[in-house]
Design a protein around this ligand. Sequence first.
Ligand SMILES: Cc1cc2nc3c(=O)[nH]c(=O)nc-3n(C[C@H](O)[C@H](O)[C@H](O)COP(=O)(O)O)c2cc1C
Length: 302
Amino acid sequence: MADLNVKINDLRLKNPVMTASGTFGYGLEFADFVPLDQIGGIIVKGTTLKPREGNDYPRMAETPQGMLNCVGLQNKGVDYFIGHIYPEIKDIDTNMIVNVSGDSPESYAETAGRLDVLDGIPAIEVNISCPNVKEGGMAFGVTCAGAASIVKAVRARYHKTLIVKLSPNVTDIAGIARACEDEGADSVSLINTLMGMAIDIEHRRPKLSIRTGGLSGPAVKPVAVRMVNDVARAVKIPVIGLGGISTAEDAIEFLMAGATAVQIGTANFLDPRVTIKVRDGISDWLDRHGCKSVTEIINCLA
Ligand SMILES: Cc1cc2nc3c(=O)[nH]c(=O)nc-3n(C[C@H](O)[C@H](O)[C@H](O)COP(=O)(O)O)c2cc1C
């Protein structure tokens, strides 16, 4: 059987399939359905310095081949995470990675600093791309200077693997990825959701409480593959690809486009075992094509 191990900086993944933040809780919620230790990594819910209520309901709307959400980073804050959730998840035998958000360079850095000391968290994913919060979030991810300011502040306080999650709601995602690399990011992940809107025509109002939301699911995949390829051609650090993956074939497209690993988000809502199925499908594909290691197909485009 082909070797599925990959590396993101110092982070060793037993296979390249991870779960995306906000779609897999803290992992524990899925433990009855999926052997968590067989997933390459679990990116837990978005975590902020102070607790956040999130946005009003409705927060979700189905769209063709996808969904819109405006959850708005609802969470109980980093101290609650450290005191109550970390003890429950720290011994899960996979890479438990915390997704971090904030409203200023200082708040991102403070949250990252508090996570730096946790032995069971080998990496963080800094979200500079959430479209559903008024302050901070995506605002930092849409300019090179904004992205650089967050990465610089976090890098000063965080000493383990630092992944930066990029926004697709930009014209030059490669430039923003380079700005993150220049400030010391170890990896970039992309894409977060694409800004969208849906309308309830009977009531003549937006379907989501805050008018707009983030589009995810199969509908976004071609946009995501293109952006992963743009970024992989522009930076030397490893790229993590996501956006619309629900099958092994989808994941292989991202690997060939230049991703060292992938994440699966919305598809977990339809099939909680999708990560394991995608891992097995990648393994079968590699065996059928005579590949000894998954690394043979990463960034392999002619
Ligand atoms: C309900 C929901 C909540 C999400 N929450 C977060 C979050 O807290 N932090 C983050 O970086 N991304 C968040 N995302 C974005 C996903 O992690 C992912 O980037 C996006 O959905 C694209 O992948 P997919 O098409 O596989 O879902 C969320 C997505 C959904 C659908």
